[in-house]
Design a protein around this ligand. Structure first.
Ligand SMILES: *Cc1c(COP(=O)(O)O)cnc(C)c1O
Length: 368
């Protein structure tokens, strides 16, 4: 028998495919780094907030010390912003960490996690890593079918992941639909409501998920500083839940999971409302730019509530991979989503207007 390590369920995990780094594309295709446009990972095209950069520089003075394991200042900032006690907050090394903590704390082999078809791949990875079973509920119009999810609940189900807005499709569930679902979920089943793109919602779509946390002890709301707050490289996210659930997550959290520079930058970013407003404005402008061009090219896209758009670039099963490669050769990095079961589609992050224009020009050439 050939040498192998780890349990079957770990060996069965397909590695996470991230957006290609700019430096890698430059090397592979012989391109100038400065000319490459990366619209692959839903990052904030404004670059990190200046307020966060300065706070980070300040925090460097203490680099020889361990970070505050309890993240007092950051929890204080979150606590003030969302009007929840600090005991309701779990800090994560990105919100990815929060999703994994939930899976590790709440699932075991023989139990099940539920999520929708075309939802964030980390839900599958975190579920597989603990040897739990996945209940994947078919999507409806590229989004969550909450009625089908309710119906698919089994006695072994312990965790439900819902992203709103959803990645990679950009779909949105209304507050009314979500709240009806929460009310229907058995109390021993934890719902992780992943709101990585919440800050991009237009005012008329905003809803108060923290009010639901006060009402439902089995709800964990997950947020990130990686998208609208512009700190993807620093890895900061957080969860908000009642203490009975927060306590369980913190028992398996690494004490120093969020480093001191990231904590300092996150406090500054959370309070930088000007940066957030500019982010939202640019995103609206970029969304118009994308969708007008897609309409002109006759391309189907899924209306998006996030900072990215899922667009169909061909009818055959190789279309996404083919167009992706042609774009890479022109120095444009987007995200193929064949691993999500969407081989005809590409997910494109909304960038600065000039970056969007480079992508749209390249796409027009490639499709011609
Ligand atoms: C980007 C994203 C996250 C956030 O990842 P981080 O680990 O916080 O960088 C979480 N959930 C979804 C659905 C995402 O798209």
């Amino acid at each position: 028998m050939s040498l192998q390590f780890g349990p079957d369920y770990v060996r069965a995990i397909a590695p996470y495919q991230s957006g290609k780094p700019i430096s890698e594309v430059a090397r592979e295709f012989g391109l100038d780094v400065a000319r490459i446009v990366k619209l692959a990972s839903n990052e904030n095209p404004l670059g990190m907030p200046e307020s966060a950069r300065l706070a980070m520089l300040d925090a460097m003075a203490d680099g020889a010390r361990y970070p505050d394991a309890n993240g007092f200042d950051l929890k204080a900032a979150i606590s003030a912003k969302y009007a929840v006690p600090q005991e309701w907050i779990t800090l994560g090394n990105g919100s990815n960490d929060i999703l994994e903590l939930a899976a590790h704390a709440l699932l075991a082999p023989g139990q099940a996690a539920m999520y929708a078809q075309y939802s964030f791949v980390v839900y599958a990875l975190a579920t597989q890593a603990v040897g739990a079973t996945a209940i994947v509920v078919p999507a409806q119009d590229f989004g969550h079918d909450l009625a089908a999810m309710s119906a698919a609940m089994t006695a072994n189900t312990r965790l439900v992941f819902i992203a709103n807005p959803n990645n990679p499709t950009g779909t949105f569930l209304s507050a009314a639909a979500l709240e009806a679902f929460l009310a229907s979920v058995p109390p021993e089943v934890v719902v992780v409501l992943d709101e990585a793109y919440n800050e991009y919602l237009a005012p008329e779509h905003q809803y108060d998920s923290i009010a639901w946390v006060r009402k439902y002890p089995n709800l964990l709301v997950s947020r990130t500083l990686s998208k609208a707050y512009g700190l993807a490289g620093l890895r900061v996210g957080f969860g908000i839940a009642q203490p009975v659930l927060t306590d369980i997550l913190n028992r398996i959290r690494q004490p120093f999971n969020v480093n001191s520079l990231a904590q300092a930058a996150a406090v500054a970013a959370l309070n930088d409302s000007a940066y957030l407003a500019e982010t939202a404005r640019l995103n609206r402008v970029g969304y118009e730019q994308f969708t007008q061009a897609f309409d002109a090219l006759g391309l189907h896209y899924v209306p998006s509530f996030g900072n990215f758009v899922l667009v169909k670039v061909g009818e055959d099963e190789a279309a996404g991979a083919r167009v992706n490669l042609a774009l890479l050769k022109r120095g444009v990095i987007v995200r193929p989503v064949g691993n999500y079961g969407l081989p005809q589609w590409l997910r494109v992050s909304i960038g600065l207007p000039a970056e969007n224009a480079v992508f749209l020009d390249a796409l027009t050439q490639v499709l011609a």
